[in-house]
Design a protein around this ligand. Sequence first.
Ligand code: 13P
Length: 338
Amino acid sequence: MNEKILNDIAVAMVAKGKGLLAADESTGTIKKRFDKIGVENTEGNRQAYRDMLFTTPGFEQHTSGVILFEETLFQKSLAGPSFAELLSSKGVIPGIKVDKGAQPLAGGGLEETITEGLDGLRERLAKYHAAGARFAKWRAVITINDEAPSDYALHVNAHALARYAVLCQEAGIVPIVEPEVLMDGDNSIEVCEEVTDVVLDSVFGELNAQNVLLEGMILKPNMVVPGIQCTEQASVQEVAEATLRVLKRRVPIAVPGIAFLSGGQSDVLATAHLDAMNRIGGFTWGLTFSYGRALQAAALKAWGGSNVEAGKTAHLHRARMNGLAAQGQWDKSLEKAA
Ligand code: 13P
């Protein structure tokens, strides 16, 4: 394992004012997004959509890396070079989602899941590295309900995250470790804080037990928010403070960076939360975005299957807003000017 190479990549992924574009929707997930705009889910349309995103002029000023789905890593851009080559030529690091999705957890009974994809992962990582990927993503999903999360689900998901992470590092690939506490319940922000706290405790316990190099990884957590169905919503400041409280307790300073998922927050709210945390400060990690929906929703709608220029304009705007938020320099008035 080359520790310096891993650390250099991880540091570059959270470079000042930059974050990650999560464009790694599986073929099934992108179908749901395309259905909403009436676009057929063909390989050609997926290629055209991602080409629009990755050829947006200037997005590289705010984007350190892009998480790709396997199909995209091995696909050509419309101009000819592979997407990995196109991104690398702009100084944007190609990454790859390597998990095979969250499946029902056997023997659990609480509607919890375990993320699959460890079988054959060493061989797949070698192929992905050869194709240009320098970081990877694995998403574990943690559900909150009256009885969940169970210790069982916490343990097996943390264990799998650590197994994935150490295999990535062996292959010269920086692992994004993503334990996502879902925000779709009716729980309060306090419950989300408590659950996020035990999740991160369990994840870092396993990462340490399995010799994961903390200096060569990125954490991708949820923010601490009330469930969408909770009657009492929280202010931007409350979310920022609660999220930082947990992270400061649980994330060692050896970790170069934290890049949040958006998890179903509206795009402007996801930007506002990130900005508020960077204004509060008091931490050493790079604190940035790794958004999927919050970076793409407006671009997808504006593109609508054919309007390439409008899609690029909307994409660049959100990338720029989040780049500012990653430095605590975003302002709501910049949204109106768009
Ligand atoms: P969202 O920002 O849409 O939650 O997606 C980020 C991601 O990569 C989830 O794994």
